[in-house]
Design a protein around this ligand. Structure first.
Ligand SMILES: NC(=O)c1ccc[n+]([C@@H]2O[C@H](COP(=O)([O-])OP(=O)(O)OC[C@H]3O[C@@H](n4cnc5c(N)ncnc54)[C@H](O)[C@@H]3O)[C@@H](O)[C@H]2O)c1
Length: 447
């Protein structure tokens, strides 16, 4: 059996039983002193804000490195993890020799960089959503994962995936509760309107390494506005600007489209179209509808998948069902009816006043999908075990590539045909320029 096919837990068990507990293991395997207790050595990159939601879950392992561009945030996280080494530059942090894994909670424009660098260095990865802010970034992150998937456990941070409703919706769709599927819609109602990049204001506080915060993004002057949202909500202060995020497409879109993605077993779409408010070169759109053609698979025909946001909504199947009451929701349409769901529950609306649902074979209790348990714990266990996670970057990669492609169609202003194997628009050569971002000198994504 090749080394790649021995999972970590089996490898460690083997090493311990052979009396080799203190053997120095190759990079990417749990390092010697932690092998007997099977603890991971973790770098938490982006140590405050969203990271707070990870603190408790990481306490059973060793957080050995904290990285943040704001030294005050490092000091805050150090109260939780007093033994960790501190960094302000994630590139230096990833050089720390004893690392097994990275949890990345930085702003969106750095995700793809940190993800690819971490996986290239053989480190397990929990990557907050979204995987990247362009088609090219998402594809590079997925490629890095695919090269390493026999060695690494990687989770895309869409933690709502652990809600039981995700399984129930999947069961209903796959068992034919709406008949043969033809459409799937997801939407989000958040509206964060911005006029353009804020004007520069004042000087960065001494604790903040603003140039590192900008990282690969083109230069924009400092303003306290980017930092005014409060822990875990600060993303809403910068993610509406194209150089730092993708607005609601990458934000709640990552989560809500996940409820569709989990049910439809989809790959990369063959086309994308989008309409919404007028394109603004600085600010991502609020009102937007993106529509995709997703190829057939073994159990369903080709279907249309759509994302609606900022007030744009699919048409409700019944006038007494107000979809607007579901802030972040999904709707599936089949030849026998509709399924409408929030993150937590769902309703089925069969076609026809006399529909008796006899077309639908409810699955037996012993075939109900097993709950996945805690989302973050699944990743921690996978790092030490079979490497399998529910939201790995193959699964999340096709979803996020689709979402980013929708923004390309929005920018191109036309329906785009897409070759998902080569990552190229095939009916408009000029649109290919929108698949990627430009970065400041010195920043390399595939490092
Ligand atoms: N899964 C979820 O439900 C959820 C919820 C909130 C946020 N998020 C995601 O978490 C990420 C962070 O969001 P936030 O609101 O905490 O943002 P934030 O602006 O507060 O940044 C988080 C932390 O990262 C630090 N940081 C910024 N740039 C860095 C860099 N280059 N290197 C190291 N540290 C850096 C900040 O100082 C801060 O401590 C976003 O990508 C967002 O999409 C996910």
């Amino acid at each position: 059996m090749s080394k790649q096919h021995i999972n970590r837990r089996d490898f460690l068990k083997g090493a311990v039983s052979a009396g080799a507990a203190f053997t120095i293991l190759p990079s990417g395997f749990l390092s010697g002193q932690n092998a007997p207790s099977n603890k991971l050595n973790i770098a938490l990159i982006g140590a405050d804000g969203r990271a707070r939601a990870h603190y408790n879950g990481l306490k059973n392992d060793n957080v050995v490195a904290l990285c943040d561009v704001d030294e005050k945030h490092l000091a805050f996280a150090a109260r939780e993890f007093p033994d960790a080494t501190h960094y302000v530059d994630w590139r230096k942090c990833l050089e720390q020799k004893d690392l097994d894994a990275v949890v990345c909670c930085t702003p969106d424009h750095t995700h793809a960089f940190i993800a690819v660098w971490a996986m290239n260095r053989g480190l397990h990865l929990y990557l907050e959503k979204p995987m990247g802010i362009s088609v090219e970034e998402v594809r590079l992150v997925r490629e890095a994962y695919m090269k390493n998937k026999d060695k690494l456990a990687v989770q895309h941070g869409t933690q709502r995936h652990a809600k039981p409703n995700f399984d129930r919706v999947r069961e209903l769709i796959q068992d034919g509760a709406v008949g043969t599927l033809s459409q799937a819609h997801a939407w989000g109602n958040r509206q964060l309107r911005r006029p353009g990049y804020p004007k520069g204001e004042g000087q960065p506080p001494k604790s903040l390494h603003y140039d590192l915060w900008l990282g690969p993004a083109p230069f924009h002057p400092y303003t306290p506005e980017y930092f005014s949202g409060g822990p875990g909500m600060n993303c809403l202060q910068w993610n509406m600007y194209w150089d730092f995020g993708t607005g609601q497409v990458g934000d709640m879109g990552s989560h809500t489209m996940d409820l569709v993605w989990n049910a439809i077993d989809a790959g990369i779409p063959t086309s994308a179209a989008a309409e919404g408010e007028k394109y603004h070169p600085e600010v991502t759109p609020v009102e937007l509808t993106m529509t995709f053609e997703v190829p057939a698979n073994a159990w369903r025909p080709a279907i249309d998948v759509a994302w609606h946001q900022g007030g744009a909504m699919p048409i409700s199947p019944r006038d007494y069902v107000d979809l607007n009451k579901i802030g972040h929701g999904v709707m599936f349409k089949g030849d026998k009816g509709f399924l409408v769901a929030s993150f937590d529950n769902r309703i089925i609306i069969p076609h026809g006043d006399d529909a008796d649902m006899t077309y639908y074979n409810r699955r037996s209790e012993d075939n109900i999908i097993e709950p996945m348990g805690d989302f973050q714990q699944e990743w921690l266990d996978a790092c030490k075990g079979d490497l399998k996670t529910s939201c790995d970057l193959e699964y999340a990669g096709s979803k996020m590539e689709m979402m980013m492609l929708g923004l390309v169609a929005y920018r191109a202003g036309k329906k785009l045909e897409y070759d998902g194997v080569n990552g190229q628009v095939t009916n408009d050569a000029k649109a290919n320029q929108f698949l990627k971002h430009t970065y400041r000198d010195g920043w390399v994504i595939n490092g």
